[in-house]
Design a binder for this molecule. Structure first.
Ligand code: SF4
Length: 443
């Protein structure tokens, strides 16, 4: 049986795409192997959101090139956000790559796989279409209890620094029935937690005839037996309606865990980023969430050192982060992405040393705020969905997404919800023990 390995870089959307591709390859008779094993086909699913992610892909390609030159019989395919309109330039630069595929475009790799198996085959056309039904789903091949379910692809927002709309295209929502069908399929195979994905997940349904919304999905998934938790990301403040916020509060299974990138706490910077909202509007959305769900966990993303970011603008960001007290802050330093408005029209004028200092200051605030939030959990009892367990140790997450490590026992099973008493806290996780011996099985 021919073998393949997929390295996935970047976001959850890429992870979902990799699972789809893996499902397609397995349907064609291929077997997945670990990265360090030899394989007939290596696929790198790339990310272009930051230079650092691209550099990681280049280093993987360099490693595979060496293997190929040393005589190993292997094929290489590159997919994802690095593969844009200029594939010709890429194939000149990396002539040893056998196939290139844009995000969501599986045919070039499936075709390559078929021709490796049988070199007499020519272009087999749309294999993804042949596999339809399979390929529109993640087919998470449930090894665990959680699965990603993309519900809306692409993005219409065109923030000046962001390459996503250029690589993943405009917003396209999947029909409600298709999403529900997939989640039922996953539930039947042991999946207990689904994460609904979209670059701006609240944009779900805008482009569908009946204009369903994310709230429509939440209320329908609520009724699916076997699914105990629903997560969703990534949020965009302007699309986050009161109806969606209220549905999170009302639906038992939907986790009160929001991922809302603010990117900057300065209105002038937000304007240059073309984020489409003011700081005051962002704060108002957070207030609405906390009014409805006082304990909601709120994570955010921040970019430091965008073109023209002054010290004053950066201080405004720090002030906002202190004011809101986010549970999690994902921070990145700006790097120009080819083809974006910022790369073409703006000057990357914040020195890298300053970017590093700003990054560090945001990280310090993150550590402080998550430690404060986690400390409040001391001596509390929380419900933890178990993700891994052996005879002595188990790990899972609370509904709010916090990692909890606790002492295991024979009764602790992956997929169960355990009530855990918290005895220790750090900025990044909680520790505890089972509050009572009874397992709160949700299956
Ligand atoms: S909302 Fe802005 S940052 Fe997010 S994916 Fe769309 S363009 Fe990129």
């Amino acid at each position: 049986m021919p073998t393949f390995n997929i390295t996935t870089l970047g976001c959850q959307m890429n992870q979902a795409d990799s699972l789809k591709l893996a499902a397609g390859l397995e349907k064609l008779g291929w077997q997945s192997v670990e990265k360090n094993e030899s394989a007939n086909l290596f696929v790198i699913n790339t990310c272009s959101v930051r230079q650092h992610a691209e550099d990681r892909a280049y280093s993987q390609l360099g490693r595979l090139r060496k293997q190929k030159l040393s005589g190993e019989e292997l094929h290489i395919a590159v997919m994802g956000c690095m593969v844009g309109p200029k594939t010709d330039q890429l194939s000149k630069r990396f002539p040893y790559v056998d196939a290139w595929a844009r995000p969501q475009e599986f045919d070039p790799i499936l075709n390559l796989a078929e021709t490796i198996k049988d070199p007499s085959e020519g272009d087999l056309g749309s294999l993804s279409a042949l596999l339809d039904g399979g390929m529109t789903r993640t087919y998470a091949l449930p090894a665990g209890i959680s699965a990603y379910v993309p519900v809306v692809h692409g993005c219409d927002k065109f923030c000046t620094y962001c390459i996503v709309p250029l690589r993943r295209g405009r917003e396209r929502s999947r029909p409600v029935a298709d999403v529900l069908d997939e989640i039922n399929w996953l539930a039947d195979r042991g999946i207990r937690e689904v994460t609904l994905l979209g670059q701006t997940v609240e944009a779900y349904g805008h482009d569908l005839a009946e204009h369903p919304s994310l709230a429509t999905l939440f209320r329908a998934i609520e009724k699916i037996e076997g699914i105990s938790r629903v997560r969703f990301l990534t949020s965009y403040p302007k699309d986050m309606t009161n109806a969606i916020i209220d549905s999170v509060a009302e639906c038992e299974k939907v986790c009160e865990h929001f991922n809302i990138p603010v990117q900057s706490g300065s209105n002038s910077m937000l304007k240059r980023m073309r984020r489409g909202y003011m700081v005051e509007e962002f704060v108002e959305r957070v207030e609405r969430i906390r009014l409805k769900m006082p304990n909601a966990a709120i994570a955010t993303d921040v970019i430091v050192g965008c073109p023209g970011e002054t010290e004053e603008e950066f201080q405004e960001t720090l002030n906002l982060l202190r004011q809101i007290q986010f549970d999690t802050i994902h921070v990145a330093a700006y790097s120009p992405r080819p083809g974006t408005f910022a790369e073409r029209k703006m000057i990357d004028d914040v020195p890298s040393e300053i970017k590093k200092q700003r990054l560090h200051l945001v990280e310090e605030i993150h550590q402080e705020s998550s430690l404060n939030i986690n400390q409040k959990m001391l001596n509390e009892e929380v419900e933890v969905l178990v993700e891994s367990a052996n005879e002595t140790q188990a790990t899972g997450r609370t509904k709010l997404g916090t990692i909890v490590h606790f002492k295991s026992s024979n009764d602790v099973k992956i997929g169960n919800v355990e009530k855990i008493k918290i005895t220790q806290t750090t900025a990044w996780s909680l520790k505890g023990h089972i509050a009572n011996s009874l397992s709160l099985s949700v299956i």
